[in-house]
Design a protein around this ligand. Structure first.
Ligand SMILES: Cc1cc2nc3c(=O)[nH]c(=O)nc-3n(C[C@H](O)[C@H](O)[C@H](O)COP(=O)(O)O)c2cc1C
Ligand SMILES: *[C@@H]1O[C@H](CO)[C@@H](O)[C@H](O)[C@H]1NC(C)=O
Ligand SMILES: *[C@@H]1O[C@H](CO)[C@@H](O)[C@H](O)[C@H]1NC(C)=O
Ligand SMILES: *[C@@H]1O[C@H](CO)[C@@H](O)[C@H](O)[C@H]1NC(C)=O
Ligand SMILES: *[C@@H]1O[C@H](CO)[C@@H](O)[C@H](O)[C@H]1NC(C)=O
Ligand SMILES: *[C@@H]1O[C@H](CO)[C@@H](O)[C@H](O)[C@H]1NC(C)=O
Ligand SMILES: *[C@@H]1O[C@H](CO)[C@@H](O)[C@H](O)[C@H]1NC(C)=O
Length: 399
């Protein structure tokens, strides 16, 4: 967008303040950067990226409309997307003073399905990383994940093959963090032999878990991308069922994580069927209008069946942009949270981009926890949250 247009649209936005919605919160980046030698439409210096939403701003400036729209798009009127970003303000903190957070930093690391990582966040699977970095695409995520000891969940429809990602991973097999652990996301194909083949390839490439995306039983309504004839990545889909889960279990010894759980009944059914981990997600609001945010889903589970958080490992993503967002989900019992778009946008900077996202998140999580009087990130007192607003809206199961 041109600077002059941006000014006009800001005035316009102010006039329509009640209805207009600003995609990125104003972190001061735009005012700052145009006061430097920054050239319109070029990539800023990475050092000037101070907040996760700064990467959204950059992507909107430098990517062409078709590519940006594919990353940014969400379903229909994009209410789920906006809710994912805004819902956090429904939970206020109750900071505790004089809590002595000595040792807090020792609790940042997390274990997911028995694998240790340096922090409770990870890279969510997202297709077409070549839009950010045409050459290296997903390899930047492999490198950043290895250096920062963060989980990377690679997407089935990545631009690098499962084998290329496996090879890039092997280069890091002897770093100080030990072998890099990745999980492999899959969609099931109507032709199941394609699916079994993908799982076998993931095993051969040493992925440590299969992440089965279960929130895409149909194609999704995505106007922003359709405008550019950009197809959904998952246009070849199959009829999804628990029976298919049972068949998949027979095909692999890897744990199968269900990605896209959005209600307590499905969470309970997953527990009953022995699923080792569930992933609360509305796919970044990309699948269906008015699907709930992970904060609302985690609260629904907490309110109706809090034991779920002890019975399975619970992961979550969609709309996480700040350390404080992570703390709210951890307090409810979520083990670790993913981010999609922030990592995709950061890939415009090459391998240093995703690393910067990781560093910002680690700093924010620790600093915000200290501010709140949290002393152990793996055991956050629910008293740190005021959830009264969620309580007004929560779905309660019939007993
Ligand atoms: C460009 C893009 C592509 C995606 N592709 C996939 C995919 O192939 N498989 C999948 O399970 N999720 C996919 N997702 C969803 C992400 O895994 C994740 O759930 C979502 O991005 C989280 O929301 P956030 O972008 O607000 O962090 C994609 C998301 C984006 C933005
Ligand atoms: C802009 O200035 C910074 C130092 O402030 C410098 O590192 C950078 O290379 C300059 N960029 C251009 C395009 O001149
Ligand atoms: C935590 O902070 C203390 C004090 O600064 C430091 O000695 C220790 O190495 C840190 N631990 C980690 C895991 O960073
Ligand atoms: C993971 O960390 C725990 C302590 O937090 C430790 O007991 C365990 O040995 C570690 N596992 C691996 C595989 O490093
Ligand atoms: C990148 O991946 C997408 C999804 O699989 C595919 O449609 C596209 O053709 C790929 N592009 C390149 C250049 O490999
Ligand atoms: C690491 O990878 C290299 C090259 O692929 C291989 O020679 C070596 O045996 C591997 N080491 C481990 C511990 O897997
Ligand atoms: C299913 O996929 C396999 C490749 O994995 C292919 O050989 C076979 O022809 C496909 N079957 C159908 C019915 O398309």
């Amino acid at each position: 967008m041109y600077r002059s247009l941006a000014c006009v649209s800001q005035l316009f936005a102010a006039a329509l303040a009640a209805t207009n919605w600003v995609n990125e919160p104003d972190t001061g980046l735009e005012d700052y950067i145009f006061s430097t030698n920054y050239t319109e439409g070029s990539l800023p210096l990475l050092k000037d990226m101070r907040a996760i939403p700064d990467f959204d701003w950059v992507a909107r400036q430098v990517m062409d409309n078709q590519m940006y729209s594919f990353y940014r798009v969400a379903a229909a009127g994009e209410t789920s997307y906006r809710n994912n970003l805004e819902v956090w303000s429904k939970v206020k903190f109750r900071p505790k003073v004089l809590a002595n957070h000595e040792g807090l930093n020792e609790t940042l690391s997390v274990s997911i399905l028995g694998y240790n990582f340096s922090a409770p966040f990870f890279i969510s699977p997202a297709t077409r990383a070549n839009y950010g970095d045409p050459e290296r695409a997903e390899i930047n995520f492999v490198d950043a994940a290895a250096e920062e000891n963060i989980l990377y969940v690679s997407a089935l429809y990545a631009n690098k093959t499962i084998e290329e990602i496996g090879a890039a991973k092997r280069k890091h097999n002897a770093t100080m963090n030990g072998p890099l652990v990745t999980f492999q996301q899959i969609y099931t194909n109507a032709n199941l032999s394609v699916t079994w083949d993908a799982i076998a390839r993931a095993e051969a490439a040493n992925a440590k878990a299969i992440v089965w995306t279960v929130d895409a039983p149909g194609s999704s309504t995505r106007h922003r991308a359709a405008r550019y004839d950009t197809t959904n990545a998952n246009s070849v889909t199959s009829y999804l069922s628990w029976d298919l889960y049972d068949q998949m279990k027979e095909r692999t010894s890897l744990p199968i994580i269900l990605k896209g759980i959005t209600n307590v009944e499905d969470a309970l059914e997953a527990v009953e069927r022995g699923v080792p981990a569930i992933w609360l997600s509305n796919h970044g609001g990309r699948q269906v209008e008015h699907s709930p945010s992970p904060l609302e889903v985690a609260y629904e589970i907490h309110r109706n069946a809090p034991q779920v958080f002890k019975q399975v490992e619970v992961l979550a993503d969609s709309g996480v942009r700040y350390g404080s967002d992570v703390l709210k989900l951890l307090a409810l019992g979520v083990k670790a949270v993913g981010m999609g778009r922030p990592f995709m946008y950061s890939n415009l900077f090459g391998p240093e981009g995703p690393k910067k996202v990781m560093k910002i998140m680690k700093d924010e999580i620790l600093n915000d926890a200290a501010q709140l009087g949290i002393t152990d990130l793996r055991n956050i007192d629910l008293k740190r949250l005021n959830t009264r607003i969620l309580e007004n809206e929560v779905y309660l199961m019939d007993n």
